[in-house]
Design a protein around this ligand. Structure first.
Ligand code: IMP
Ligand code: MG
Length: 151
C-alpha cells in the first residue's frame, strides 16, 4: 500500500511528536476552562461541495468552549458548514484544530486555530485520510500517486 505513495510527507514519529506539541498547547490554552471536543469523523467528499449532515443530533454545546477537530482543511466548506451549524447553539467559543492545512485559497471563510502541518495543493492519504475509503490505516501521511486518482 505504501507503494501507492509518490512520496511520504510525514512519517509516524514526526506526526506523533507534532500531536504531542499540539496537545500540550491546547491543554495550556484551556487550562482553566472545560473543553468540549467535537471530532469530525467523515467530512464528506470533494465532489459536490455541499455538506449534508447525516447525524443531526449534535452534542449539547450551549455555553461551552468547543474545539472542532478535523483531518484536513482544504476548501473549508466542511468546517465552515459545521461551524455555522454549531454557532446556532450558542457555544461560548469555537476553535478549529486540524492535522493538515492545504496552502490554497479557501472557498469558505474559515481558518484553523491549531494546525499540525501545512501542505501544498496535493492529494494526501494516510493517518486517517482516505481515498475512496482506502489508505486510512497507513501510519504516515503521503502524496498519492497521481495515476491512482480517477480522472
Ligand atoms: P474541505 O474541502 O475543506 O471541505 O474538506 C473536506 C474533506 O475532504 C476533508 O475533511 C477530508 O476528508 C477530504 N479531503 C480534502 N482534501 C483531502 C486530501 O488531500 N486527502 C484526503 N482527503 C481530503
Ligand atoms: Mg474523506
Amino acid at each position: 500500500m505504501q507503494d501507492d505513495l509518490e512520496r511520504v510527507l510525514f512519517d509516524e514519529g514526526t506526526i506523533l511528536t507534532r500531536l504531542d506539541e499540539m496537545a500540550a498547547q491546547i491543554s495550556e490554552d484551556y487550562r482553566d476552562r472545560e473543553l468540549t471536543v467535537i471530532a469530525v469523523l467523515n467530512g464528506g467528499t470533494k465532489t459536490t461541495g455541499e455538506v449534508v449532515f447525516k447525524q443531526i443530533a449534535l452534542p449539547e454545546v450551549a455555553g461551552r468552549h468547543i474545539l472542532i477537530l478535523d483531518d484536513i482543511l482544504d476548501s473549508g466548506l466542511t468546517l465552515s458548514a459545521i461551524r455555522r451549524k454549531l454557532e446556532i447553539a450558542r457555544p461560548k467559543s469555537i476553535k478549529v484544530c486540524v492535522l493538515l492545512k492545504k496552502r490554497i485559497e479557501r472557498l469558505a471563510p474559515i481558518e484553523a486555530d491549531y494546525v499540525g502541518f501545512e501542505i501544498g495543493n496535493e492529494f494526501v492519504v494516510g493517518y486517517g485520510l482516505d481515498y475512496m475509503e482506502r489508505y486510512r490505516n497507513l501510519p504516515c501521511v503521503g502524496v498519492l500517486r497521481k495515476e491512482l486518482i480517477a480522472a
